[in-house]
Design a binder for this molecule. Structure first.
Ligand SMILES: [Zn+2]
Length: 133
């Protein structure tokens, strides 16, 4: 199981900028990289249009999501996680997030009004340590 996610400082800054730019709506995107043992190494955060454009949930635009998946695959990488923002609430999975996580087993990075936290679903929500590099 994944217990650590490594992400570039510039990608952390990009996600924070996406949070600000899309307020009051949630922003979302994918985290592309590789899984090494229990660590998800993110090499690139890629913003994806929030097809729902709501304040309380998100849906990765299917076409953009597919394109991102294809591009990652071409470079021998994978989508190791998904990020989204909680512009007016804390970085804790909402009920909707929890239900969705159960069917999307990857790292969930949430940028909240109180900072960023990461999680995986492993018989429940488990915290993942974020390391910047
Ligand atoms: Zn959420």
């Amino acid at each position: 199981m994944i217990n650590e996610i490594k992400i570039l400082k510039k990608d952390m800054a990009l996600i924070q900028a996406e949070l600000e730019a899309n307020k009051p709506y949630e922003a979302c995107g994918v985290l592309i990289g590789t899984i090494n043992g229990s660590t998800a190494l993110v090499e690139k955060a890629l913003p994806v249009t929030n097809a729902k454009r709501t304040r309380r949930s998100f849906e990765l635009d299917p076409k953009e999501h597919y394109d991102a998946w294809n591009e990652a695959e071409k470079d021998g990488k994978e989508i190791v996680g998904v990020y989204h923002t909680h512009p007016v609430s804390s970085a804790v999975p909402s009920l909707w997030d929890r239900e969705t996580m159960e069917n999307a087993p990857s790292v969930w990075l949430i940028a909240g009004a109180d900072g960023m936290r990461a999680y995986v679903w492993e018989n429940g929500v488990k915290a993942v340590e974020i390391t910047e590099y």
